[in-house]
Design a protein around this ligand. Structure first.
Ligand code: GDP
Ligand code: MG
Length: 292
């Protein structure tokens, strides 16, 4: 049996979480077009008969700005050091930038094997693809480059074969029926936050965290979720609630549908907004949220 941990590294927004979901065959990590969507490390698990590949979906590598981003960054460094291999993802649409060079340099310094995927090729012309493949090769990290579309699930098979080859012999770390190491409460909170991210702009998505107060199983096929959306200021609270409560209602409805789909049961969702000043700079709050 072969098993191991693959750290998925890359700038914010390159498609790391989308890829982890695609390879694990389920929604493990939430996805949005806002940077800093992924705040915690998440394990996504892909299984075969005699192999188990644990993908470590990481926050995007970036320069820390507050207690939250400092924790995110140090998490990335620890996970890279602990993995059997690293998969670096670059954004084919945006091309190679200083952020990619910064990550490539960090990866070159480790003894961990590295492979590189150029994502979002569904949006690229052949000429543009050639250009970005060359620029990726110029990063001089990893020995092979895989063009993929995480969203359209193309090019994933050769990549997966290569990842499997990198696995050392070892036992399964997770029950093969599990797609992820997240608790139900974390997954529920994240699915709600994903709907907030879809509908908010500028600084608001970064200021929101969802905190689950309780999840009660009312019937075999019905759960009741009570959750708070934390924001940092009264004006953010106003934005999240919206005129006549329209925004929070839309978020709640969309989140409830998504939860029902993911959990396969009926969901009652009681979602309210609370101001929690400076939670991103508050180590105790971050501990409570499990962002370590
Ligand atoms: P992360 O920050 O690296 O985890 O990126 P996400 O997985 O959250 O994705 C960021 C954005 O890129 C989302 O809007 C995704 O839908 C989009 N995206 C991810 N993969 C692809 C892809 O293969 N093609 C296209 N066109 N968009 C993608
Ligand atoms: Mg992500």
């Amino acid at each position: 049996m072969r098993s191991g941990f693959i750290a998925v590294a890359g700038r914010p927004n390159v498609g790391k979480s989308t890829l982890v979901n695609a390879l694990c065959g389920g929604k493990v990590a939430i996805v949005s077009d806002k940077p800093q969507t992924t705040r915690r490390r998440i394990f996504g698990v892909a299984n075969g008969e005699d192999w188990q590949l644990v993908l470590v979906d990481l926050p995007g590598v970036q320069r820390p700005r507050d207690a939250l981003t400092t924790r995110m960054q140090s998490r990335v460094e620890r996970e890279l050091a602990d993995s059997d291999a690293a998969l670096m993802i670059v954004n084919g649409l945006e091309g190679i930038g200083p952020g990619d060079r910064f990550i490539a340099e960090a990866l070159r310094k480790t003894s961990t094997p590295v492979i590189v995927a150029v994502n979002k090729v569904d949006k690229l012309t052949d000429a543009k693809l050639m250009e970005v493949l060359q620029a990726t090769a110029d990063l001089e990290v990893g020995d092979e480059i895989y063009p993929i579309s995480a969203k359209k699930a193309t090019g994933l098979e050769p990549l997966m074969d290569r990842l499997r080859d990198l696995l050392p012999e070892g036992p399964f770390y997770f029950d093969p029926s599990e797609e992820s190491d997240q608790t139900e409460a974390t997954l529920v909170a994240e699915l709600i936050r994903e709907q907030v991210l879809r509908r908010t702009f500028q600084e608001v998505p970064h200021a929101v965290e969802v905190m689950i107060d309780s999840i009660e199983k009312e019937r075999e096929d019905l759960i009741r979720v009570t959750a708070f959306a934390w924001v940092e200021t009264n004006s953010q609270k106003g934005i999240l609630i919206g005129a006549q409560g329209k925004m929070i209602k839309a978020i709640g409805t969309a989140a409830r549908k998504e939860l029902q789909r993911e959990l396969g049961m009926k969901v009652h969702l009681d979602l309210s907004v609370r101001v929690r000043k400076d939670w991103r700079g508050d180590d105790r709050a971050l501990d409570r949220l499990g962002i370590e």
